[in-house]
Design a protein around this ligand. Structure first.
Ligand SMILES: O=C(CO)COP(=O)(O)O
Ligand SMILES: O=C[C@H](O)COP(=O)(O)O
Ligand SMILES: [Zn+2]
Ligand SMILES: [Zn+2]
Length: 334
């Protein structure tokens, strides 16, 4: 049993309270490998931003949960080496699916966990989330719950259509479970294909496809029911078209990959939304840079020569999100 506090990590409680007051959101970036982790930490240090490192089920299967936990511990030391005296880094379990998974992460030093019971019948979601909260709070680990189902593929549960969060449920859910933050469904979804082109209109200025707006009326209703309560947005990649174009230019085939416009995330970040999850944009930044090297330097076979540019491209993307979208730059306490 290791407590995250001994690893120099922090939970989300104070971070979220400050973010809501300050009208910005904390970036929650998924990591599966060293290059992503380095890029995230460098971007957070350079911008003086707090950051949430997220570990998904896929990441645990790909890289091993224990190894990722040690990497996050290393990330705290790395941030200090880069000149940040008091880094504010959360190690968070993304989409925890069982009590046992959450417990195992808590026991090995995660500072925050998500228990995603959103696909369960309401009462089962309440019971499971409460069970995780009761365990986690003994160790001052914070817990994110979820109400409402995102369209697309969430974990292994596919939801054909969005089931927006029902604002009538949120008070009961937050009170009975004691969760510290709540992920809601207002029209975002996971992956690079969030909207079909036929759902979008063409922006006459840029010629680009603009998706239908997020259901801000649902967010407003949730905030009215739970004033000041930390809200989380999953599925918030913007799918930068430059990266999609680079990927396709160098042999890729991403057709009609459409994300959430950054303008909408900027607006959300100013509200009670204090955690914004981004994974796909990192995958796109990494893939675009690697494809470019492979196409332009086909003789190259040193992984550092393509993972290095991939890392730089991800760092640039993370910094852009922090500074230009979420507004968490300069928000470290020090
Ligand atoms: O919600 C996410 C992780 O939990 C990531 O969403 P994206 O696929 O939009 O990056
Ligand atoms: O929630 C979705 C994240 O993007 C993680 O996806 P993953 O399980 O493929 O790592
Ligand atoms: Zn979910
Ligand atoms: Zn998610």
């Amino acid at each position: 049993m290791i407590n995250y506090k001994d690893l120099g990590l922090v939970n989300t409680r104070e971070m979220f309270a400050k973010a809501i007051k300050g009208g910005y959101a904390i970036p929650a970036f998924n990591f599966n490998n060293m290059e992503q982790l380095q890029a995230i930490v460098k971007a957070a240090v350079e911008t003086k931003s707090p950051v949430i490192l997220q570990v998904s089920k896929g990441a645990r299967q790909y890289a091993n949960q224990t190894l990722l936990r040690y990497m996050a511990e290393g990330a705290v030391e790395y941030a200090k080496e880069l000149g940040c005296k008091h880094p504010e880094i959360v190690l968070h379990l993304d989409h925890g699916d069982t009590f046992e998974t959450c417990k195992s992460c808590i026991d090995m030093g995660f500072s925050s966990v998500m228990i995603d019971g959103s696909h369960l019948p309401y009462e089962e979601n309440v019971a499971l989330t409460k069970k995780v909260v009761d365990y986690a709070h003994q160790f001052d680990v914070t817990v994110e719950g979820e109400l409402g189902v995102l369209a697309g593929v969430e974990d292994e549960v596919s939801a054909e259509h969005h089931t927006y969060t029902d604002p009538e449920e949120v008070i009961d859910f937050a009170t009975r479970t004691g969760c510290d933050s709540l992920a809601i469904s207002i029209g975002t979804s996971h992956g690079a294909y969030k909207f079909k082109p036929e759902q979008c209109h063409v922006d006459p200025k840029t010629g680009r496809l603009v998706p239908p707006p997020l259901a801000f009326e649902v967010l407003d209703a949730v905030m009215e029911k739970l004033p000041g309560f930390p809200i989380v947005l999953h599925g918030s990649s913007s799918v930068p078209q430059e990266e999609v174009e680079t990927i396709n230019k160098f042999g890729g085939k991403l057709e009609a990959a459409i994300g959430i416009p950054e303008e909408e995330l900027r607006k959300a970040a100013k509200s009670a939304v204090c955690k914004i999850n981004i994974d796909s944009d990192s995958r796109l930044a990494m893939t675009a840079a690697i494809r470019k090297v492979f196409a332009e330097k086909p003789a190259e076979f040193d992984p550092r020569k393509y993972l290095g540019p991939a890392r730089d491209n991800m760092e640039k993307m993370y910094m852009h999100k922090i500074i230009n979208v979420l507004g968490s730059d300069g928000k470290l306490a020090e």
